[in-house]
Design a binder for this molecule. Structure first.
Ligand code: SF4
Length: 334
């Protein structure tokens, strides 16, 4: 995840919830199903902003949201991409294994160009999925928890892994990399408050995980609803309403179907509906906000978690690069 500072509800439903679930998933013997690694993608951040003045504080802010949501540093190394230099090394090698035309066909790239109103493309942006392939394969990732928009990137990772394995069989391992599978979350994407796009900080349509109840309500008041429901008693169409999509995630099932019925019947007004939605969101966020307060009061602990995570990640990354160099016969001396 790129370190853009405090996270929003879209990150929570699209990634964090599923990360925590997978981190804590146990098999029938009580052993963890997955070993998990979580990466602060600070190199990736350079593709959309060259300003690095707040990259550390933004990384820490994001890390606090991870911890508050339940990511456990004892189970998962949490680390910055730039502090494990093997990411850059593997990226360089992978960049030789894929054509620029393949990367130009990446649908996520086209979407980003549109969303971010980019008039020209930097080289690093085109290579974003190649660096992502290095991020995944450096840790021998075989399952990648992603939102729908990232599926094409996992496909590129699979292609690169295949190509590497074909070109460079390892004398002992045979294949260095497994082809990772995307694991898609149920609520992969949360619509922004403006109802037009995904929730995204750059689009200014978010509710932050750190927002208290008043802030959530204030933002919820701006949410786009069914434009044909002008007066309280007008029958509404919840299927086109942003607020209703949030109810789908944050409102208990029974209440949710009442909202649908009452909206359609014109017996529920948008003001009340938004209040209810805001309060349900705030109820969900309350434990995260409490944990955030704890970590904000213990910043040395947070910084230490990062350093320890980086040391753990480095051990895995060095081992993989050793295998890569052996397979490629780089650095041979005899
Ligand atoms: S009543 Fe609720 S679900 Fe219906 S249009 Fe208004 S905000 Fe949306």
């Amino acid at each position: 995840m790129r370190p853009t500072g405090k996270l929003h509800l879209g990150h929570f439903t699209g990634a964090l919830e599923s990360w925590v679930e997978q981190q804590n998933l146990l098999d029938e013997k009580g052993s963890r199903v997955y070993e998990t690694c979580f990466l602060i993608a600070d190199y990736h951040n350079l593709t959309t902003s060259l300003d690095t003045s707040e990259i550390y504080s933004n990384s820490l802010d994001m890390l606090i949201d991870w911890l508050a949501a339940g990511i456990d540093p004892e189970k998962s190394p949490l680390f910055r991409q730039s502090q494990v230099k093997e990411h850059a090394e593997l990226f360089l090698i992978f960049a030789m294994l894929i054509t620029s035309s393949r990367l130009e066909r990446n649908p996520t790239l086209k979407e980003q160009i549109r969303d971010l109103n980019m008039d020209s493309l930097i080289y690093g942006h085109l290579g974003y999925p190649v660096l992502q392939a290095a991020d995944i394969l450096l840790y021998k990732g075989n399952v990648v928890p992603v939102g729908e928009d990232q599926i094409p990137h996992v496909e590129i990772t699979r292609e690169i892994a295949r190509k590497f394995n074909n070109h460079y069989p390892h004398p002992v391992l045979g294949e260095v990399f497994a082809e990772p599978e995307p694991k898609i979350t149920k609520f992969a994407r949360l619509v922004g408050l403006d109802g037009k796009a995904k929730m995204s900080k750059s689009l200014g349509n978010t509710i932050l995980l750190a927002d208290g109840p008043e802030e959530v309500l204030k933002k919820m008041r701006t949410a786009v609803t069914d434009t044909q429901k002008i007066r309280k008693n007008d029958p509404g169409h919840p299927e086109v309403c942003t607020v209703f999509s949030y109810h789908g995630k944050f409102t208990p099932k029974e209440q949710h179907s009442n909202i649908e019925t009452d909206c359609r019947a014109g017996s529920l007004g948008c003001v009340d509906c938004k209040k209810l939605c805001a309060s349900n969101i705030s109820r969900e966020l309350a434990p995260l906000i409490e944990k955030r307060r704890y970590y904000e009061a213990h910043m040395d602990l947070v910084k230490n978690i990062l350093l320890e995570g980086e040391a753990k990640a480095k051990v895995i990354a060095c081992q993989t690069m050793q295998e890569v160099r052996t397979a490629m016969r780089l650095g041979e001396t005899t």
